[in-house]
Structure formats: C-alpha cells, structure tokens
Write a protein that binds this ligand. Structure first.
Ligand SMILES: Nc1ncnc2c1ncn2[C@@H]1O[C@H](COP(=O)(O)OP(=O)(O)OP(=O)(O)O)[C@@H](O)[C@H]1O
Length: 580
C-alpha cells in the first residue's frame, strides 16, 4: 500500500503532526499506523476516507491535551468534517486556508485562546461552525457564507458588535450569548459610539453584507477618520473616570466577614447603591447561566437577603431579587492576595461547567476587598444539616434509599469534576457534607456539590488548610496533593453517611479518647468483625440493605487509605457505586 499510487503521504504526515502534538485517552500512537485510507475506509480511530483521501477527522471527548500545530491541515485537501469537540486543547485556532471542501468545523468545549481567524470567512462550503465554550477573544469576523446553517460562538470572551451580515443575522441569541462584551442584533444594541472602530476589521473581507461594493463619499471617510482618532481618547477618559469612581467605592474597607447577621450586607448595600447610576456597572458581574435573567450588582444589593450560614471561607446569603429570581451569594474571604485576572480566569473556567450534580455558578464579582460568587439557590439545605441536625424526637429519619441516592449523585458530580478539570491539582478540594446541597423531588433526594475549585484561589498553604483536603493525610504530612485527596474526602463523606457521625468526633461507647478520624474508627470496628455496629441507628433497622451498606463501607475504606496511590480513581468509585 505504501507503494501504491493512491497513497497520499502528505495527508499521513499532517495526521502524524496531530498525533505527536497531543496526549489523549486513545492510544493514537498504537492505532494510527500504516496508511490512513484504504479506498473508502480507514482503520484509524477518528478518520474517515473517500476514494483514498482523508475526508473526516473527528476526535471528540478523548481528553486531547496540547495545542494544535498552527499549520497542519493544509495538505488534507479533501477534508470535509473536522471535529475536536469536548477536549482540553489550548492555544489558538488553526489556520484552515485552502480547505475548500470543509463543511463542518467543531472546536467547541476546549480551552482555545486568541481570535477567530479571519480566513474562516473564506471557507466557501462551510455549513456548521461550533466554537462555543472556549476562551476566544476579539471580534467576530463577518461570516457571510450562504451555506452556513449552524453557528455558535457563545461562552467565549468575544467583544465588539456582531457583524451585520445576512447570514450572521439568521442565528439566535443563544449563538452569541455569554461573551465578554458582544452587542448588536440579536443581542442588546451597541452603544451609540461602539468600541468597534478601535479594532480595525479583519483585512481581507469576503463579500460585504450586501454584495455590491459601494464607494463611500469623502465626507463620511473623513468623519470615520476623525471618530477613529477621538474614540480611543473618549474611551480612555470614561475608563479613567470609572476607575476613579470604583476606587472611591472600594476604599471604605469593610472588616472581614465577621458575625452572621445581615447588617454587613446592608452596609455594603449602602456603599454600592451610592453609585447606582453608573452605566459601567453591568460589566462588573459576569454571567454563565443562560436560564437566569441577567441582573447587575445593584439589583443584587437591593435584594432582600438572609444569612444561610457561615463557612470557613465566608458567609453565604440567600438573595431574593426584585425580578423574583432567588440566588445564593457567597462573600468569600482569604482571597485578597489574588489578582483580578487570576480570580476571573478561575471563575470563568468553573462557570463554564454544567452538570446536574454541580451547583451552577451564575456570576461573580471582583474588587480588591470584596469577592462575591453567585450560585444557583438549592432548596433543601446541606447534607450536614440533613444528617446531623435536629436529631431528636421530631426528626424524620433519613432512610437508606435516600442516602444511597445522595451518595450516587456526589460520586457523579465528583467524577465529572475530575474529568473536566484534569489540570487542577485537586478539582474539588473542599468536599465535605456542608458543601453537598440537597434538593428533594417528591420522595427522592438528590444532591449537588458546591464550593468546588477553590484550591487555585487559595495559593498559600495556610489558606488552603481550611479546605476539606487540609485534613487529608498527604496534606498533613506536607506531601504533594493530587486528585486522590478528593477521593479521600469522598471516602470520609461515605463514612459520615453510613455511620451518621461527624468526622473527628469522639469515639463511641463512652470512650472519651479522640479517634484520629472517622475512618480509623470504622477500620478498627470492621477489623474486629463488628461490622454492623458502625451503621447509623436510623438505617440499622432496614436489614435488607445491610449487604449494600457494607459494600459501601468497603469502598469508603479503600478511598481513605493513607497512601494516595492506593486509593481508587473517582471514575472507578462511581462505577462500583452504580453497581450497588
Ligand atoms: N447555593 C446554595 N443554595 C442554598 N443554600 C446554600 C447554598 N450554598 C450554601 N448554602 C447554605 O449555606 C450554608 C453555608 O454555606 P457556606 O458555603 O458559606 O459554608 P460551608 O459549607 O461551610 O463552606 P466553606 O467552609 O467551604 O466556606 C451551607 O451549609 C448551606 O446550608
């Protein structure tokens, strides 16, 4: 085949570049061997062929990590479908010049940066372009290919006005939503003097919106030139004014969130409401959740608020907005050394994630002294409250089925976090029962994880000590933290749910000696063959569940072994819990 005249080595070479630029869950080095195409078929994962040529390159959801070579596809001249959806690719989008047969291009759900290359508007057969959920910035080039039927650039950092072309006008708000500062149809109209003239439009435009080229009268050209000179000065002036004002608002420093009462919130309301008319205010809150109507900081501060609780990293309030929406707002402490850029980057990465077992981050606010994270409100309290509060006569016991369902949801949320944040040292890092929130659907109990992804926000050892991973053996021994520190915390939660005991409490049977941790106590009891002794009295009666409870105990003990490398991975734990 290598000798056959139908073999196109330049196509193979291009694919080799991809193979060598990435790591992934697929063994591309083992699989992509020999020629890529044999007539109309391919033995290579993700490759499709037609008439000895590569026509499809689809590598989706395989944790491809690395950046795309800038020029690598040009020799795959018959390429029609290209998809790298749902991976961890970083760096800029590749050059696709000359790929005249390309019909679909999917780079959504990655970590791509830089701008959308202007030559993409010259792909004559482009039907589908998905770039959503990346970190792309700059302006949208004036796409106007009549073939284009699917277009999505939402959840990026794009800005400027959406080009007024016939084709881009076909797509709805959801194609453009959740960008840094995009305006124009179908989003909000652009301000009277849009920032667009600041950035020159990409140089080689294809056909303008309405194909006939018209020469502009000289007076318009002069006016544009004058505006182009004045607008940057005006923008700088507005920015300086706003910056000065923001400094004034931030200077009356508030003491660190002290007691649990709402006056703090009210104080803050007063400080901010002095500048309610500030037109720049809206950019202070960044939104991720498209199901929640957008509100600004002043709406939030005008809302009636109640304290939900105070954790180790701040106080959480429930805010009832005038629009009727209810959100939970966490005022986070101990992050003052963090730069705005670091905070925003982390929040944007976390806010992009969406999973039914994670509490959505709706938006956030950063100033030097005050950091707010706005979460979706979860109705029925935390797992900690459900397990430990109100233990007395009027308590409704939490049955085994409910506990198992809650645990399964936690495991699902954790497995998703570990898969979505592979580069985070410890993706959740703060898994404990007060960070598992409960919502009930008739008789069924479900749970969602909150306060995840805090480790990069607390860079010093001292500040990260307050996180749940601060109790893992490896943290206490000053060793390196890995994903397995989360697995340890998960094991502790399992034990808490099975035993109904609070971790690090006094050992049972009146023995006042403090046990090192719940897992030590359980290990001791199980080793002495008293297995059912560990079960919470509330579930002890349901004998039919005992074998499941003990299976879960076994998993919990494996998750909490001292050596991180001996603990199972979250995906494996989830599989075993699903079997139960
Ligand atoms: N999104 C939310 N929806 C509803 N209630 C919430 C929400 N977030 C927190 N709560 C409630 O507020 C309480 C306090 O939460 P908070 O996050 O401030 O403390 P924590 O759980 O101890 O976390 P940490 O120690 O990491 O700061 C929780 O126990 C829970 O009952």
């Amino acid at each position: 085949l290598y000798q056959s005249k139908e073999f196109f080595p330049e196509e193979r070479d291009a694919l080799m570049q991809i193979r060598d630029s990435f790591t992934s869950t697929l063994d591309l080095h083992g699989n992509w061997t020999g020629p890529p195409c044999h007539k109309n078929s391919s033995q290579w994962s993700g490759i499709t062929c037609s008439n000895w040529h590569v026509v499809g390159l689809v590598l989706e959801g395989i944790q491809l990590t690395g950046s795309l070579p800038p020029v690598f596809l040009q020799n795959i001249t018959f390429l029609a479908n290209l998809s790298f959806r749902n991976n961890s690719i970083n760096g800029p989008l590749p050059n696709l010049s000359n790929l005249v047969h390309l019909e679909s291009v999917f780079f959504s759900y990655n970590r791509l940066t830089g701008s959308i290359p202007s030559e993409y508007i010259e792909l004559p057969n482009l039907k589908q372009l998905e770039l959503q959920r990346n970190y792309l910035e700059g302006e949208i080039p004036p796409f106007n290919q009549p073939t284009l039927t699917l277009f999505n650039v939402s959840y990026n950092h794009l800005q400027g006005s959406i080009p007024d072309t016939d084709v881009l006008g076909r797509f709805s708000k959801s194609s453009y939503d959740h960008n840094l500062n995009l305006c124009g149809i179908p989003l909000e109209p652009c301000p009277a003097l849009p920032p667009a003239p600041l950035v020159p439009p990409p140089s080689p435009p294809v056909s303008p919106p309405h194909s006939k080229k018209r020469k502009l009268p000289i007076w318009i050209t002069v006016l544009i030139a004058v505006l182009a000179a004045i607008v940057p000065l005006m923008v700088m002036f507005v920015f300086l004014c706003f910056y000065k004002k923001a400094q004034e608002v931030e200077t009356p420093k508030e003491q660190q969130a002290g007691d649990d009462s709402s006056p703090e919130w009210t104080d803050k309301k007063m400080q901010h409401s002095q500048s309610t008319e500030d037109p720049e205010r809206r950019i202070e809150l960044q939104f991720f959740d498209k199901n929640i109507p957008v509100f600004d900081l002043d709406d939030l501060l005008r809302a009636s608020a109640e304290v939900l609780g105070k954790g180790k990293h701040g106080t959480t309030y429930r805010a009832n907005l005038e629009s009727g929406a209810v959100v939970a707002v966490k005022r986070v402490n101990y992050m003052n050394s963090l730069s705005k850029k670091e905070f925003i980057q982390q929040m944007q990465q976390l806010g992009k994630m969406s999973h039914k077992n994670l509490v959505h981050i709706i938006s956030f606010y950063y100033s030097k002294e005050e950091k707010l994270i706005v979460y979706e409100n979860v109705a029925d309290g935390s797992l900690f409250e459900l397990l430990h509060e109100n233990r007395g006569d009027d308590r409704v016991p939490l049955n085994w089925a409910a506990r198992l369902s809650i645990i399964r949801d936690i495991a699902k949320g954790m497995a998703f976090l570990h898969q979505s944040l592979p580069s985070h040292k410890v993706p959740h890092a703060n898994l404990k029962s007060s960070n598992v929130l409960i919502h009930r659907d008739r008789q069924a109990y479900h749970s969602k994880l909150t306060n995840y992804g805090f480790l990069p926000l607390l860079p010093s050892r001292k500040s990260s000590e307050r996180l749940a991973v601060g109790r893992s053996p490896e943290f206490c021994q000053g060793k390196k933290l890995t994903h397995k520190a989360d697995v340890y915390c998960f094991g502790i939660i399992l034990l808490e749910v099975i035993t109904g005991k609070i971790p690090r409490e006094t050992s049972p049977a009146g023995n006042e000696e403090k046990v090192d941790d719940l897992s030590d106590w359980v290990r001791m009891v199980v080793n002495n063959d008293w297995s059912t002794d560990i079960l919470d009295v509330e579930i002890l009666a349901s004998r039919e569940g005992h074998s499941e409870m003990l299976k879960l105990t076994e998993i919990a003990l494996q998750c909490t072994v001292m050596e991180p490398e001996k603990r199972p991975r979250m995906s494996e734990v989830l599989g075993r819990i699903e079997e139960i």
